[in-house]
Design a binder for this molecule. Sequence first.
Ligand code: FNR
Length: 381
Amino acid sequence: MRLQDCHNFSDFRRMAQRRLPGPIFNYIDGAADDEVTYRRNTESFETCDLVPNVLRGVSEIDMSVTVMGQKLAMPVYCSPTALQRLFHHQGERAVAKAAAKYGTMFGVSSLGTVSLEEARKISSGPQVYQFYFHRDRGLNRAMMQRAKDIGVEVMMLTVDSITGGNRERDKRTGFAIPFKLNLAGMLQFALKPGWALNYFTHEGFKLPQLDEHVDMGGGTMSISRYFTEMLDPSMTWDDVAEMVRLWSGPFCLKGIMSVEDAKRAVEIGCSGIVLSNHGGRQLDGSRAAFDQLAEIVDAVGDRIDVIMDGGVQRGTHVLKALSLGAKAVGVGRYYLFPLAAAGQAGVERALEQMRVEIERGMKLMGCTSIEQLTRENLRFR
Ligand code: FNR
């Protein structure tokens, strides 16, 4: 299968599956428990239909948006995700460059495999730094200071991962960092020598956002131990309010699902929230992000930028979310499978397809700018 054969999400997913060892593919593709929320995230876009207008003169299309003070050439950004160099040796470098080429924002995860500083140097686009809340408050401040020193635009705290989700596919394959593969897992690696060659001929695995601040036991501390030992389950709104004050720039909470929490985010001075269930990877059975969007926009949409992510695979999904009132949309697996399939060229192809789909969709909807997409354009079944 070649990159030219990839025309949509499923094609990229299939190409990634052919290239990646099973445990890595399943780490990306999998979600929590029975993966109900994961499936619902995409299915929920089919609960409503678009109602187009015609004859409106749509030769010039402007799909740019401004979100948390950042001007984006397209209303889709690359949500922060962990461990990208495991998927392809270019990892975050590829995503940073592709996002900049398409004039959009990208997120570097604190579990990223390329440093914030390097990502900053190779990309001209706006950068988000996503982190988790550590027991050690000094460490949280140090991480924010590091981001401030290099001019990261948006600080993002993920609040839906106070404990790890139950990822049963990872249990079955033995996927963990460092690797603790069972026999079946090892066999799956042996079956993908192309991936192994790509991975082992490039520099070793690092977590540069953490290595500088946290004693990862010389690489022996597992990510699951990091979550249980280093992160602070007693975190409250007061702690976050202090971080928002300290950052004093655009601050965003990722993983908000309820109206009550969205209102609290406004009260403590956040500039944005990402309405997200972490791609179904945390609390299975939680509502699909798109299903929850209208409620959240109605409650806080005039006071804070509401971004949503989860299940977005098509330009028309983006148009539906924007019509309901989201300011922008995040994607995770949508760019991770192309990254795994073909590195930067894959991510660029996926973003180009998204751009073309949004442009075509706007023309067919009779809209020349994002503001023209409203709830008048949607009907729920
Ligand atoms: C994630 N996500 C995530 N979120 C976050 O805040 N920090 C992180 O380190 C990660 N890591 C991560 C790894 C992988 C492999 C995936 C698939 C996802 C969640 C991500 O930012 C986003 O919320 C979801 O991916 C959105 O759902 P879709 O677009 O993948 O359906």
